[in-house]
Design a protein around this ligand. Structure first.
Ligand SMILES: O=C1O[C@H](COP(=O)(O)O)[C@@H](O)[C@H](O)[C@H]1O
Length: 246
């Protein structure tokens, strides 16, 4: 039998809509707290199919001073920004197009770059120039939104890829593999250093990878989403199906 103690807080909700509402509330609160404390907030957003409704719900939050929020990305696919596969496009349509965010506050990963390694280095520098640094010497986002792939990946840290172990960069490029396009992604040390991670999981396909993430022991090379366990405040927002009760 596998032992598990869910690290951080687990919030189990009836369905995907409830997960989106809860995620939007919590993200809005993290943003407002950071603005109250530091005068601005730094946020890293994931893409994929799960978080769009949460971003759309966040756009309805009238208590956020959008000019004081710096939006970054957790990862991006090697596609142009208008591609239906682009994480940026999804967030733009759900959030950026609906609220008064100054363009210079949106830090997009250049998924369309011919030289993705150079794009990763540039994004690394952009983060270094904008973020506060922790006492341990790491860029510190106020909050990150994450998903979990059916294979146990988070961000674009995929099982078995050498990028899972990268610690000397904040951002790396991930080579294409199989029918997956190349990617840009934040690395594990940046993810672990976030003040808060909101992890969204909806649907029964997420049950098995979540079990692997929560198991008392496991290997980040097999389940890279286990890095999320290290975030000081990690909140799992899951629906009934992902919990195995649906
Ligand atoms: O490829 C990706 O997958 C994960 C999980 O996405 P989902 O579609 O299962 O919600 C996502 O967090 C990541 O940003 C994305 O690029």
């Amino acid at each position: 039998m596998t032992t598990k103690v869910v690290p951080g807080s687990l919030v189990a909700l009836p369905d995907g809509e409830a997960v989106a509402r809860e995620a939007a509330n919590r993200l809005g609160n993290c943003i407002r707290n950071a603005i109250d404390t530091h005068g601005y907030a730094t946020v890293a957003l994931s893409g994929g199919s799960t978080p769009g409704p949460a971003y759309a719900a966040l756009a309805e939050n009238s208590r956020i001073d959008w000019a004081k929020v710096e939006f970054f990305f957790v990862d991006e696919r090697a596609v142009p920004p208008d591609s239906p596969r682009s994480n940026y496009r999804m967030v733009k349509e759900a959030l950026f197009d609906r609220v008064p965010i100054p363009a210079e506050r949106i830090h997009r990963m250049q998924g369309e770059a011919l030289d993705l390694a150079a794009a990763a280095r540039e994004y690394d520098l952009e983060i270094r120039s904008r973020l506060r640094w922790s006492e341990s010497g790491m860029a510190e986002f106020d909050v990150g939104v994450f998903g979990i792939g059916d294979d146990g990946h988070t961000a674009s840290l995929f099982p078995g890829e050498p990028t899972v172990d990268k610690t000397d960069r904040l951002v790396v490029d991930v080579p294409a593999a199989g029918n997956r396009e190349a990617r840009l992604t934040l690395t594990a040390p940046v993810i672990e250093q976030m003040r808060v991670a909101l992890v969204l999981a909806v649907g029964k396909n997420k049950q098995e990878p979540l079990e692997r993430v929560w198991a008392a022991s496991g290997d980040v090379h097999v389940t890279p989403a286990r890095y999320l366990r290290e975030v000081r405040s990690v909140i799992w927002l899951i629906d009934k199906a992902a919990s195995g009760l649906g």
